[in-house]
Write a protein that binds this ligand. Structure first.
Ligand SMILES: Nc1nc2c(ncn2[C@@H]2O[C@H](COP(=O)(O)OP(=O)(O)OP(=O)(O)O)[C@@H](O)[C@H]2O)c(=O)[nH]1
Ligand SMILES: [Mg+2]
Length: 265
């Protein structure tokens, strides 16, 4: 009888293990499906990275607000404390010209992360580092900002993310001025006053949508779905109903340009 109980226990444990495995498997599958969906629709991903307390979450909220979402509930947590952000947050930023990107906020980096935390942090960062563009946020008012930048660059390198295009965002300029090198690889902003945040958004756009091409399509009326797809997805510069079909002029992604090249005129 003792042996029988042991056998039952073992079976229960095995069942529980299988259950958990299945759940993890499904979570993985979800993540993969989501990533594939995103790739298919080619929504670019922009990730905020940088030292803790640099202002990543504040910038995220600025950009959410700029994109017209005033709903405070959808904003992320920002606070003057270490590790205010403990996980990765994704928000869709929809722009006026129908262009769209996904913005992710990540945990902040520090110089001496306890070893037991390193792997947990890397796991949450991994997803975010699947980005098309990194915004390296720097607290320009901090006396140690150079050291903090080095730490961030080192962590990015360890994560294998040092090849992703990057804009360095010097934040908190309201607390004092900093030399401005004026290149398109850096931005000087204040998430607090909102200064230059619109400029930053323009920089982001020019980086992630640079592969768009202006196309003039003549879509036959029998291909109504293509015409409505183009109109829904892009800002239409010009449209006309001709005898042969709908004439649409719009800036589209290279993928769509190639996909609908048969309709180009
Ligand atoms: N003066 C000033 N303060 C700012 C600015 N941007 C952010 N802050 C403040 O800096 C603190 C940290 O901001 P967060 O946005 O939480 O920083 P974070 O980089 O997300 O920090 P972690 O999540 O810990 O990595 C908050 O108290 C913000 O109000 C700015 O442009 N100017
Ligand atoms: Mg944060």
């Amino acid at each position: 009888p003792g042996e029988q109980k042991l056998e039952i226990d073992r079976r229960r444990i095995q069942e529980r293990i299988d259950e958990i495995r299945k759940q993890i498997g499904e979570a993985d599958k979800n993540r993969i499906v989501q990533r594939q969906l995103r790739k298919k629709n080619e929504i670019p991903v922009v990730s905020l990275v940088g030292y803790t307390n640099a202002g990543k979450s504040s910038i995220m909220n600025c950009l959410i607000r700029l994109s017209g979402d005033q709903d405070e509930e959808r904003h992320v947590f920002e606070k003057d404390m270490l590790f205010a952000t403990l996980d990765t947050y994704n928000r869709r930023i929809l722009l006026e010209d129908k262009k769209m990107f996904i913005l992710t906020d990540t945990v902040g980096f520090v110089s001496k992360l306890p070893h037991s935390l390193v792997s947990a942090f890397k796991a949450t960062l991994e997803e975010a580092l699947n980005a098309d563009l990194l915004l390296h946020v720097v607290d320009a008012s901090n006396a140690h900002y150079k050291m903090q930048m080095e730490v961030t660059m080192r962590v990015l390198k360890e994560l294998g993310a040092d090849a992703i295009p990057m804009v360095t965002v010097y934040n908190k300029i309201d607390k004092g001025s900093l030399v401005n090198d004026g290149t398109s690889e850096s931005a000087y902003i204040s998430a607090k006053t909102g200064e230059n945040v619109e400029l930053l958004l323009e920089q982001i756009k020019s980086k992630i949508f640079k592969d768009h091409l202006l196309g003039k399509f003549l879509v036959p009326y029998s291909e109504g779905r293509v015409a409505s797809y183009l109109c829904e997805t892009y800002k239409v510069e010009e449209m006309d109903y001709l005898e042969e079909g709908t004439m649409i002029v719009a800036e589209v992604s290279i993928a769509d340009y190639n996909r609908y090249s048969a309709f180009l005129v």
